[in-house]
Write a protein that binds this ligand. Structure first.
Ligand code: NCD
Length: 327
């Protein structure tokens, strides 16, 4: 564990923002995951001694959390990540900011930038709003979820969790991402990340929730992306499964048979091979896309591990984008 040391070699990823995972090569992703792996022992409940050695690489930096949609895990873990590295955070949400008075997203972003913060972490219901802000400000912008488009740090923390469960070489491993694919930015980033690491991704859900093939992931992909509608036909051939929340707030609708056809209940989970892990980004609709017994299964469920990894990945991203002079 060398969380005190800076990365030995800077990753080739030359970007100053993180708005999409499509730009990252396998080496870029691996470098971020390797660095996050060094941070993992500093996160979690029994980690005080490791934390005392953390380099305060964000000392003096202010990270603005501009969260215009609700969040528990992402906002909380960006805050913990920044503060563990010695930074401070400015928390802003839609309610209580001038967005509620009709100020445009761009004006709000430019206003926060004009205060001289060192980075803006943005969550919004508007697709590509973080990309637009990044074009207008002279500081790193990190996409913390834009509409139904992408959620890059979620994709990275999912990849880290899969590496821990399946081994560091994910090439040739098969994962199903199940449920409301079309409206899920988590799926959006995972299809740009996991095939870049060589994983084969099968998207499973009702036709109304699945994108049309062929699906464009990342130009760096070596793994495949396919679509299936019958979960029972694929479940026994998976190395891992990721369940998605139905995005009711984005207008998603389900039939009465949704849980029966696409929910991960105990009997379906029992057909997963070996120790194939179950992932879910949270928040969960328990009893709909995932049964309590599966979500809380201490062996299969990786859900809490994902949360811990979320802090470690965000530490790696903040360090990479904000710890040294940029632009
Ligand atoms: C996800 C999100 O907001 O996109 N949550 C998260 O960040 N862990 C998934 C979801 O809300 O379904």
């Amino acid at each position: 564990m060398t969380a005190t040391a800076s990365p030995t070699a800077a990753p080739a990823w030359a970007a100053t923002d993180l708005t999409t995972l499509a730009d990252l090569s396998p080496g870029d992703i691996t470098a971020l995951l390797d660095r996050a792996t060094e941070f993992v022992p500093t996160v979690g409940e029994a980690s005080c001694e490791h934390r005392s050695h953390l380099e305060q690489s964000l000392a003096g930096r202010i990270i603005a959390n501009l969260f215009l949609e609700d969040s528990t895990r992402t906002r909380g873990s960006f805050t913990v990540a920044a503060q563990r590295l010695g930074g401070t955070t400015l928390d802003m949400s839609g309610k209580g900011s001038s967005i509620s008075k009709g100020e445009t997203l761009l004006d709000t972003g430019l206003t926060v930038a004009a205060m001289g913060v060192d980075a803006i972490v943005m969550r919004t219901s508007v697709n590509e709003a973080p990309h637009m802000l990044a074009d207008h400000v002279d500081m790193p912008v990190i996409n913390a979820g834009d509409g139904n488009n992408e959620h890059p740090t979620q994709g990275l923390l999912d990849a880290l969790t899969l590496r821990q469960r399946l081994g560091s070489d994910l090439a040739g491993k098969r994962i199903a991402i199940v449920g409301d694919i079309r409206n899920s930015r988590v799926a959006g980033s995972n299809i740009r990340c996991l095939p870049t690491l060589g994983m084969d991704v099968v998207l499973v859900g009702p036709e109304s929730m699945c994108p049309d093939e062929p699906i464009s992931g990342s130009p760096h992909a070596t793994g495949s992306i396919t679509v299936a509608h019958d979960l029972d036909a694929v479940v026994a051939e998976l190395d891992a499964i990721m369940m998605l929340r139905v995005q009711f707030e984005r207008g998603s609708e389900i039939g009465d048979d949704y849980a029966e056809r696409y929910g991960l209940n105990e009997s379906r989970a029992a057909r997963l091979p070996g120790d194939a892990p179950v992932l879910h980004p949270g928040p969960m609709n328990r009893g709909l896309e995932i049964a309590d017994a599966v979500a809380d299964d201490p062996k299969r469920s990786a859900i809490r591990q994902q949360v811990t990894n979320g802090v470690a990945v965000r530490m790696a991203v903040l360090e990479r984008l904000c710890a040294s002079p940029h632009r």
